[in-house]
Design a protein around this ligand. Structure first.
Ligand code: SF4
Ligand code: SF4
Length: 388
């Protein structure tokens, strides 16, 4: 494959780039077990070249994360390059590194989002989960300062058994402050996380119920809250809890990609497995990897007969592709076999345990209230001033 190859039929709308694996916290649930930097992280020159490469591939937006991305001394050089090339920028940080220069530079970058991790309303619990005492206070004050600077702040909460009960407290802490709140669930890939803390299917579903309840109680402007894009779908009872009205299947290698700090390219960084590295930008450009017809076959080449037993007979399988591949791998060891989609959970809970007529639920579902997804989309794109 060479650089003159025709582009694939796919556009990388968002590339999530782990700038470094270095981190000053020791979060229990960290899927990449961040702490020390990788021995072979991209140099500044390589990172800047990758920005050009992403632009050439048609990338619309880049999310810079870590580890803790602000620990990289060249962070603002790379972030400015992303912006100067006309790509959207999101910064995902633990919010514990701060200086006047950081806030000034963040403001100048006009990011789409400054996304800060907050896992509990109880400071002691947040600190326990994040592995460092005082993290809650630092992160809270970082959020306050960003809000004061007029930056579009998001809070990301990663839910597991230790903090499921914190959702209501976090809701009360965040509502009415112009903070976009994304709720996601922990995966089992990280080396510091005991799998006994993973949500079971009822708890997982309860997170969807919580998001739905918030959406019924508050307008998108009062509390803009979404579930992560892979948090349940095809529910027969709930509106889609993510930012989108409809679940279109796992977009790894179709609309999203991940880049590791050593240049490894995956469809999704949540799938933390070397088997899914499609190539390295040190050997082939991102453009070549993205446009290679052999890349990302597990999503681009999906056919319903590849679905696992949880999904094979499902009416949605063609477009759904068997759900979130990371969840599917984590729970079943196989792709296209997600046992935690809301439609399967409802089927099991309602039909098997409560003996409700599952098929009877298919009628009477209303459409999402007018404009809710559009309004949430505007807020989560950093436009909170009423401009559409
Ligand atoms: S059963 Fe599988 S294919 Fe059907 S909606 Fe759920 S995850 Fe998707
Ligand atoms: S594997 Fe899951 S988290 Fe990753 S892109 Fe696919 S749906 Fe999203």
């Amino acid at each position: 494959m060479n650089a003159s190859m025709p582009p694939a039929d796919y556009t990388p709308a968002c590339v999530v780039w782990e700038l470094t694996l270095a981190c000053n916290l020791k979060c229990l649930h960290c899927g990449s077990t961040a702490g020390g930097r990788r021995a072979t992280e991209l140099s500044t020159a390589e990172a800047l070249a990758l920005c050009e490469d992403l632009k050439r591939t048609g990338c619309l937006g880049v999310a810079l994360m870590g580890g803790e991305p602000l620990l990289r001394k060249d962070f603002f050089e790379i972030a400015s390059k992303v912006r100067s090339l006309g790509m959207e920028l999101s910064v995902i940080t633990n919010g514990t590194i701060r200086s006047e220069e950081i806030f000034k530079n963040l403001k100048e970058l006009k990011p789409r989002a400054v996304a800060v991790s907050l896992d509990a309303a109880d400071p002691a619990l947040h600190d326990r989960i994040r592995g460092v005492q005082g993290a809650f206070n630092k992160t809270s004050s970082f959020i306050d300062r960003c809000l004061g600077e007029g930056l579009p702040v998001s809070v990301i909460t990663t839910v597991h058994k230790l903090n499921l009960k914190e959702l209501a407290g976090l809701r009360d802490l965040l509502k009415g402050r112009g903070i976009a709140w994304q709720v996601q669930t922990a995966g089992g890939e990280g080396g510091r996380f005991s799998r006994e803390f993973l949500l079971d299917r009822e708890e997982f579903y309860s997170v969807g119920l919580f998001v739905e309840a918030c959406r019924r109680q508050f307008t998108p402007e009062e509390l803009p809250v979404i579930g992560a894009h892979d948090l349940g779908y095809h529910s027969l009872l709930l509106k889609n809890v993510s930012l989108y009205e409809k679940w279109e299947g796992c977009q790894a290698g179709k609309a999203v990609a991940g880049v590791r700090s050593d240049g490894g390219v995956l469809g999704c960084l949540a799938i933390n497995d070397d088997k899914f590295v499609e190539g390295n930008v040190r050997e082939r450009s991102f453009y070549e990897i993205w446009n290679d017809p052999g890349s990302f076959r597990y999503t681009r080449g999906f056919a319903p007969d590849q679905a696992g037993p949880n999904c094979a007979a499902c009416e949605h399988v063609k477009t759904c592709g068997g759900g979130c591949n990371e969840m599917s791998l984590m729970k079943t060891g196989a792709l296209h076999n997600d046992p935690y989609c809301f439609c399967r959970i409802e089927e099991k809970l309602l039909a098997e345990e409560l003996k409700w007529p599952f098929n009877g639920l298919r009628s009477g579902l209303g459409a999402a209230p007018d404009g809710v997804f559009r309004r949430l989309g505007r807020i989560f794109s950093g436009r909170r001033d009423g401009a559409s």
